[in-house]
Design a protein around this ligand. Structure first.
Ligand SMILES: [Fe+2]
Ligand SMILES: [Fe+2]
Length: 378
């Protein structure tokens, strides 16, 4: 048996235990509920795809609690203005649109990768643009923000990289999944710029498995959750997904097993993450994970395929800088009526519905379930 297969079996054994599923009554987002109902693939529910998580705005409605919404922006990858104005324009647009939401979102979360090369002027530029958003803002870092000065400037601008607060019956937690990379630079006497350069590529050949939560932060997470009722909702923001999707691109955290151990007792956990720049959905144990759009560019799906529960997004036009990116918003009334407006800029349809949809480019992207999903069914 290959190492890969051994790993897969271990993952399946640890995470896919009988009876361990997200609470079916969970109403963290109704899009996730609808999404699951769409798995049967009935044509009659095609329209409901239109309201599954294309949003970078999430509404949370609970029967016994007041409904509300918040906005997500991430992966803006800003260069200095003198080098690249395309990405700047997109952040400006997203910020204006978030600010224009009516009624306003309760807060905005920025999910990391504000800068491209971690430069002071890039981080300051992002901070300046996001001042357009006047509602409360919270921030978690991405690897592009961190590895030039090891988080110094980011910390000065945005404070501690992990935090928690409670809002209308939900415990929100921001995790730092980027700052604990194994030291790949000291032995090789890399300059800060070289260290950062290895972080600024998708393929982590040199930087290695840098995404992780770390023992100290896991202890903090456990302590933070210990004062929270196990059946009340928890939303965890992280830059990287908290499960294993595709390690070569750090579409995971390396200590996903320990994270899962800490979260296991809690029945209503949703993880919302950036870094993947694509529509992504998965459920592991009790935890639901939702990947969010970038404003800068969309990444392709991993060569190994997408989690079985993901309804893949459309194949985007590489010639259109506004395709496959953006954000969105969803309104939920007190009666749980939903009014959705998608803001994947320039697109009304965001899911691949046919092979033709997925083959706009000359080399069609093959969308298939991950190996793990085909061997160990949910
Ligand atoms: Fe990113
Ligand atoms: Fe990232």
């Amino acid at each position: 048996m290959s190492d890969l297969e051994q790993d897969r079996r271990e993952i399946a054994k640890v995470l896919n235990q009988p009876g361990v599923r997200p609470d079916p009554k969970l109403r963290i987002t109704r899009r996730t509920f609808i999404h699951r109902s769409c798995l049967v693939g009935a044509a009659s529910v095609a329209e409901t795809f239109a309201w599954w998580p294309l949003m970078n705005t999430l509404d949370i409605a609970y029967a016994a609690e007041q409904s509300f919404k918040f906005a997500w922006i991430s992966d803006t990858h800003l260069y200095p203005k003198s080098l690249n104005t395309r990405f700047v324009e997109k952040v400006v647009r997203a910020a204006k649109e978030v600010q224009a939401m009516s009624p306003p979102a309760d807060f905005m979360i920025f999910g990391g990768d504000l800068a491209q090369l971690g430069k002071i002027e890039e981080l300051e530029l992002g901070n300046e643009i996001l001042k357009e958003v006047k509602i409360r803002k919270v921030f978690i870092p991405g690897e592009h923000d961190w590895y030039l000065d090891m988080g110094k400037k980011w910390g000065e601008l945005f404070g501690p990289p992990n935090w928690t607060f409670d809002h209308k019956g939900v415990r929100f937690i921001g995790l730092d999944t980027v700052s604990r990379a194994p030291d790949y630079w000291s032995m090789k006497k890399m300059s800060p710029e070289e260290r950062m350069a290895h972080m600024s590529v998708l393929d982590g050949t040199v930087a290695g498995p840098w995404a992780g939560v770390g023992r100290d932060q896991l202890d903090w997470l456990q302590k933070t959750l210990s004062t929270w009722d196990r059946n009340r909702p928890v939303v965890i923001f992280s830059h990287n997904p908290l499960y294993e999707y595709y390690p070569p691109w750090n579409f995971w955290v390396r200590d996903w097993r320990e994270v899962n151990d800490v979260l296991k007792p809690y029945t209503k956990v949703t993880n919302i993450h950036g870094h993947v720049h694509q529509v992504l959905y998965n459920e592991i144990g009790n935890v639901r994970s939702i990947g969010m759009l970038a404003t800068a560019w969309p990444w392709p799906y991993a060569p190994e395929g997408v989690p079985k529960l993901t309804k893949p997004m459309i194949r985007v036009d590489p010639g259109d800088i506004y395709d496959g990116v953006g954000w969105g918003k969803v309104d939920v009334t007190a009666k749980d009526e939903v009014d959705v407006e998608y803001v994947m800029w320039g697109r009304k349809e965001v899911f691949a519905r046919s092979p033709e949809d997925a083959s706009k480019a000359s080399i069609p992207e093959v969308l298939r379930p991950r190996i793990a999903d085909t061997i160990w069914p949910y």
